[in-house]
Structures are given as C-alpha cells and as structure tokens.
Design a protein around this ligand. Sequence first.
Ligand code: GBH
Length: 493
Amino acid sequence: MAITNGTNSVNGETHHSKLPADFVWGYATASYQIEGAHDEDGRLPSIWDTFSKTPGKVEDGTNGDVACDSYHRTHEDIAILKQYGAKLYRFSLSWPRIIPLGGRNDPVNQKGIDFYSRFIDDLLAAGIEPFVTLYHWDLPDELFKRYGGPLNKDEFVADYANFARIAFENFGPKVKHWVTFNEPWCSSVLGFNIGKHAPGRTSDRKKNPVGDGTTEPWIVGHTLLVAHGTAVDIYRREFKAAQGGEIGITLNGDWAEPWDPEDPADIEACTRKLEFAISWFADPIYHGKYPDSMVKQLGDRLPPLNSDEVALIKGSNDFYGMNHYCANYIRHREGEADPDDTAGNLDHLFEDKFGNSIGPETNCEWLRPHPLGFRKLLKWLSDRYGYPKIYVTENGTSIKGENDLSLDELLNDEFRAQYYRDYVGAMADASAIDGVNVKKYMAWSLMDNFEWSEGYQSRFGVTYVDYKDNQKRIPKKSALVIGELFNKYISKE
Ligand code: GBH
C-alpha cells in the first residue's frame, strides 16, 4: 500500500484516510501575541512587555503594545472564525490582566475577568468552543521581580494555583478544555538557557549579566511540572465533577531523523533529542519519572521529583496537547556534553549526510516543513505513552519573505495551503492507518501576530493583519483550504 499524505491506494483504488466523525478543528492564538491594550483596564506588564522593550531582544524592535488589537476586536475575531467554519478556538488568558501583580494576596481585576467572560459567551453564541490556555508565557512581571518567577518553586506554584483556581471558578462553567502550560520547554530553555525569550536569562554574558544556563532551565522545568500537577489536582478535586471539563499540558516537539541513517549513534541521538524536548515533561506525566538519558547527562542538576510530586504529576493529563511544526536531521556529538547543553549532546541540522534537505526554507530559521515527521511523531508519542487522546494544539508555518510581498501575493499563500494539505493528510494517515487517537486540531494561527523575538517579521496567520492600516484583517487562501480539508477528511457517518 503506497501511502502519502492522506491518500492511500487499496486494490488499485485511491482512498482518503478518514478522521473520526467526532473530530473537531479550529484555530489557536495567545494573549500577548494578539491582544494589545497593554495598559488598559488595569493590566500591568508581563515579563514579555519588559523583555520586548529591552533593546536588542526583539529583532525588529517591536512589542505587543498593540499587536492585533484583539482586546478591542473580539467581534471581528469571532466573525472570521465563524466564516472559516471553525468550531474550536484556542486562546490564552493574560495572567496580568486578571491579577495584575500576579500573586495570591494581590487584588483580582474584575475588568479582566469581565473581558474573558464576555468573550467566552460570545464564542459560545457563535457555536465555537473555547479551548483555554492558562499560561502562554506572559508571567506578571512583578512575580519575576519579587522572587524570580518559576526559579522559586514554592512561591510560583502557590501563585499559579491561585490564578488557575480563579480561572476555573469564573470561566469553568463554560470552558470544557483547559491547557495548564504552553510549551514548558520554551519557558525553561529559551527563557533561562538560550535567553531568547523572556526573562532572557542565560550563561551567555553577551546577552545578559545574570543567569546560569547549566542549572536554571532544569529548576524551571521542575517548577512548571509541579505547577501543572497542582492545577490539575485542583481542577479534579474542586471543579471537574460539577463542570465536566478536561485538562492537560501542551508540549512542543518536532520530529527527528538521523543525519546518517546507518550510524546507530545518530539513531540513538534521535530518541535522545525527543526525550530532551518532549519526554522531559511527558515521562513524568505518563510514567512518573524523568527519562534515563536526561538523568545520565544532567546528574543532580536535574532536580529530582519527590514522591509527593510524582503523585501529583503522574496521570495528570486528560489529553496530550501537541504543538508541532517541523523536523530536523540529528547528528550525535562525541565526548562529554557541554554543561550548557539542553538538547542531549547532539546537533540539529537541515541536511543529512547525503545533502538531502529536510524541507523547504520558511521565514523562520528553525522551521522547515517535513509532513511525514508529523505522522511519525504522532505514532512515537502513542507508542511511548499508551495511545493517549491527542489534541493538536498548534501546527502551522511562516513563508520565506512573506512580509515583503504585495498584498495580492500575500493573500495567495499557496505555500501555507500546501503545508496544511500535507500536514492534515499526514495526521489523517496517523489516525486511519496507525491507530493514533487524535481528536482535535488547532492551526497556528488564526491571524498574523507578534512572533516573539522575531517581532512582526514572520507571519503565521491564515488571516493577514495589516499593521499599517488599523490592524485590518483579510483572509488568506489557506483559511479556505483548511476548511475544505477537514470537510474532506472528517468522516460523515
Ligand atoms: C509555538 O512554539 C508557540 O507556542 C507560538 O506562540 C508561536 O507563535 C509559534 O510556535 C510559532 O513560532 O532556534 O533555539 O530559538 C513553537 C515551538 C520551539 C519553535 C523553539 C521555535 C526555536 C528554537 N518553538 N523553536 S531556537
């Protein structure tokens, strides 16, 4: 049986892999990337406000002060979701809008609560289910200043638990899908080792006078795992019975192919790369312990999980939230790992030993599409974690040079449309052929938005946002294509 991207041939006839009839799809965004209104109605700065306003941290010198102005345009955003046929919208809550100073003894901002309550009501009225991320990187700045944010486990966990409880109390009657953390790997490694994301701590003294990339990312990862487990425990004990929703964490993870397919050390390095990127969090959640490869490389720099923590964390996912974009060739490194290494003592490459490219270039240095890797990773996760229910919480691409195109060219985003054809097809194969239990899919992103340290240079939206003309939104071709794809793949019976 020949298999490529959602089409398979059985007895000479072509079939499309089907997604189950109850499959639901939609779009994803995050608060700091779209909301703007950074100082309105009581909101105070997050670590991203501070970081993006520090010269040199964001490539084009921009920030999220206005972004897509979604704080003032919820009706427009809901209208495009509806127009596209989406039934699901993943967005995140801005913690510093809800508790401006962030802490458990700090005041709650009723205007922040009201904003999200209205938005959730309006989504539901439009027939769109809210899928809410509690934390997509915009930590109240005050909590970082007060005690180092996630560097201080006890304080952070207590403050996050308070924030989560306020969210469940206020929005839980209407929200049935919760994500505790978006990509804790990024918060830990990009925020506390590479220094590319807020708060920008690193061992690299050219980037920051403070930070220790050999220890801090592992401390932060530990804190986020415990905070996740604590929020899930609160939800299950205090809210789940009455509210009937589900909760899990979203992990990023891109696929790995060996640089030299004949070299066992490269094949092993691929597994190690997935363990350092994904299993760091997923193994404690599904198996109650860190991967052996990490314990071996990091020793006591990886803070152990005590038995109370294991009890909180193990079994804490109602679903596996999967963010997935691309793949790399992986080449093992010889010798001892550098103390600042977070990848598993290996290199990420775009070409293999024979000069084959993993995929075409995009506008992001790190992103080269490789759709078959999506199917393979869905299978890898399923095998390792016992075929959990998987929700794809992000998937998408930028396009090389998109920002410099004319409006007409920009709206005709065939590269992105093809990305979705290939990736959604690969997911349908994983579901229909490999038995992967994937049930929801949210494309990144509903609209172009603030792309963190790349600023507004890279666009990920299926909707064009004109930052020079009043944040006007215009659908791109890919928005139409995604709707057609799911129409084709989702089984009608
Ligand atoms: C997602 O992360 C984010 O959740 C979302 O907010 C964002 O807009 C979207 O991607 C598009 O970027 O070369 O060392 O800097 C995706 C996972 C993992 C992708 C880290 C970028 C960069 C590694 N990210 N990766 S590095």
